[in-house]
Design a protein around this ligand. Sequence first.
Ligand code: ADP
Length: 212
Amino acid sequence: MKVILFGAPGCGKGSQAKLITKDFGIPQISTGDILREHIANQTEIGKVAESLINNGQLVPDEMIVEIVKERISKSDCKNGFILDGFPRTIGQAEQLSSITKIDVVIFIDISINEVERRALTRRICPDCGKIFSIMEKYAEVCDECGAKLIQREDDKREVVRKRVDQYLAQCEPLLKFFKKRKVLKTVLSKNSPEETYVDVKQILLQVHAKRK
Ligand code: ADP
């Protein structure tokens, strides 16, 4: 099953992807995580991506499409995958549709106020990648590995604004694009990932049954 998770930054795509992987055994492909890994390793891609990301801008379509194309050709994707953070532009969506056929796009609907609140209170563990919300529970160190938590450069206030503006500019055209192809399903982002996942799972079970 090939799934796209779509929604504003901080809507919880990553948490949903992890729950889907556990239940359906298909890998999560997060373009944000792949880019952050390139930055950590200072690859050619990482060098280009770093300043763009820290400024709340997107990396060029050609670059990201190449990354995704290569990733989905790997053997662990033969039964499907979850795209998290891709496609983000119509150009990316068009190129993706010429590479593969997607079964479902799940749009995680959330208010923009909530997006800003979540991003500003998000902290991550630089070592294991675990995500924390200091709004829900204040923490300074990771409860899994003990590392000091950090705030992503792009979760700082000015950058969050830019990321939200840039998302809003692409959101409607992309929703229209997916709707036209009859693959769009919408769920409301609830208070916890587990609550939201009840709806996500139901959609995926239906899609899964239809494919058989
Ligand atoms: P979030 O979903 O919280 O905005 P991500 O981790 O998905 O964050 O992405 C972080 C940054 O990586 C984005 O703001 C953007 O600069 C870059 N990026 C990720 N995916 C894409 C993509 N599909 N196209 C262009 N840039 C991307």
